[in-house]
Design a protein. Structure first.
Length: 84
């Protein structure tokens, strides 16, 4: 993710999905890679998306995925992703 997004934490400066091929399915959502911003999944209420990917070895560790709609991050719409 790129820190220029409104409300985005400085800790979200690297896009986890940069350079990774992602297969996705969506029901009421949309998967986008936006140059200079990062990777986004947008969902309508009740929407669902499945992302399938193989992370390269340089992505091992803990990452945070989060929503940056104003107020959502603060409402704990975030989750830790652990790559071993």
């Amino acid at each position: 993710m790129h820190s220029a997004h409104t409300g985005m934490s400085k800790s979200f400066e690297k896009d986890f999905f940069e350079g990774i091929k992602v297969a996705y399915t969506e029901e009421g959502g949309k998967f986008m890679k936006i140059p200079g911003h990062g990777t986004m999944v947008t969902l309508k209420p009740g929407g669902r998306a499945t992302l399938t990917f193989t992370p390269p070895t340089d992505r091992k560790g803990e990452w945070i995925t989060a929503c940056f709609v104003p107020g959502h991050y603060e409402a704990k719409m975030k989750e830790k992703v652990i790559i071993n």
